[in-house]
Ligand binder design. Structure first.
Ligand code: CP3
Length: 362
């Protein structure tokens, strides 16, 4: 199958766009760049069709031509300023042998979750260029197809967020087992987080090498921790990963975003990880975030995804409010505060993207 949809314009013939990279480096842009977390996904009928053709989500991820096709789908519909590689944060534990499956409605599950210190000791160190070669092949394909139309974002899950899934065996409401491990066997927790930090740094560096022009770390479950635990079990490992990336020839100059969902109390701690930009959920006013850390890093966010169910005028007024709250000057990447709801009407996304561009400069 070709990584191209002939019914839609060829992306390569369109304008070249580096707004996202400029904003992440806090340089001037002609208007505020915008992309949407989980922009390729179930709210798009063409995504559901591609997933049906693949048979399931993981086959979609593991077939580079299909992953490339799905990555580009939202860019064919909307004037987005970035592509994000279609994959998942759980590719690392899958490559470590935990046996990932993702079923609609049930969420991610591991056949072999971590249940003991010796399970953690036995976890193999992965070689991303080989063990996750399908991700790198997809990244190379996407870069070729994009031809500079928009930059490509690569990503991974934070060590703590990956550890939480691996210990729980899937998603969880209270993270009883994962948090239990932090407090009952901190030695096991630190060993696991060390192994995951090494894997994540190597994985992100390999994505940069394969063509990712910006990187993002999703610390989705960081906000579940107390401040002291956040510093010890999440923030310190984010720092370690970023330090390794800044020493890597391919990744050193690649701007990196850290997104800790629920991390509004810790903006200064997050900005001090060495990242180039901080992702904001919708709980922190972006103006306050800018006053606190906006002199040091760029900011990405922070529209509540639920606003995409609101009438068009409300979407426009909220986008206007966020842009006004950020204020003048560079360093803002507009986005949602978390992933898009699968029930969203794609026309509302088109409206949001156009409104952000129009209100901020076009
Ligand atoms: O943003 C993008 O378009 C890129 C694709 C992307 C996916 N997952 C595709 C996906 C990204 C960036 C992720 C990251 C991810 N995966 C995170 C961090 C971001 C966040 O939302 O906090 C997390 C926690 C995961 C783990 C995971 N994978 C979950 C919780 C789910 C959803 C399960 C469900 O049924 O809703 C997945 C599966 C997944 N990853 C889907 C997509 C499009 C849905 C799979 C499907 O098609 O049914």
């Amino acid at each position: 199958m070709q990584c191209r949809d002939n019914a839609r314009p060829n992306l390569m013939k369109q304008e070249q766009n580096d707004r996202l990279l400029r904003a992440l480096r806090r340089r001037e842009t002609d208007c505020t760049p915008v992309w949407i977390m989980r922009q390729a996904g179930r709210y798009l009928p063409e995504y559901r069709a591609a997933r049906a053709r693949a048979g399931d989500f993981l086959t979609l991820c593991k077939t580079p031509e299909l992953a490339c096709e799905v990555t580009l789908q939202p860019l064919r519909r909307f004037s987005l300023d970035a592509a994000i590689l279609f994959s998942d944060i759980l590719t690392i534990p899958d490559a470590m042998g935990l046996g990932l499956s993702i079923e609609e409605g049930a969420g991610p599950r591991f056949a072999r979750p971590l249940r003991s210190h010796s399970d953690i000791e036995k976890l193999p160190q992965i070689e991303p260029a080989e063990d996750l070669a399908y991700v790198m092949r997809a990244a190379r394909l996407v870069r070729r197809e994009l031809g500079g139309h928009a930059p490509l974002i690569g990503f991974g899950g934070s060590p703590w967020t990956l550890a939480a899934y691996m210990v729980e065996g899937g998603g969880s409401r209270d993270f009883r087992r994962a948090k239990g491990l932090l407090h009952s066997r901190p030695d096991s927790a630190h060993l696991l987080l060390e192994k995951l930090s090494a894997a994540l740094a190597a994985y992100l560096a390999a994505q940069a090498e394969a063509g990712a022009q910006a990187l993002m770390i999703f610390d989705t479950w960081g906000g579940q921790l107390s401040t002291a635990d956040y510093v010890e079990f999440s923030r310190d490992y984010l720092r370690r990963v970023i330090a390794a990336l800044k020493a890597d020839p391919a990744a050193a100059k690649t701007p990196l975003v850290v997104f800790t969902k629920g991390g509004g109390n810790w903006l200064e701690l997050i900005a001090d990880t060495g990242c180039d930009a901080v992702g904001l959920d919708w709980s922190v006013p972006i103006g306050e975030a800018r006053r606190r850390i906006g002199g040091r890093v760029a900011l990405q966010g922070n529209l509540d995804p639920a606003l995409l169910h609101a009438p068009r005028e409300k979407i426009e007024s909220e986008a206007r409010r966020i842009l006004a709250e950020f204020g003048d000057g560079p360093g803002h990447v507009f986005n949602l505060g978390h992933g898009i709801d699968p029930n969203t009407d794609p026309d509302k996304v088109a409206h949001l993207v156009d409104v952000v561009h129009r209100l901020s400069g076009f």
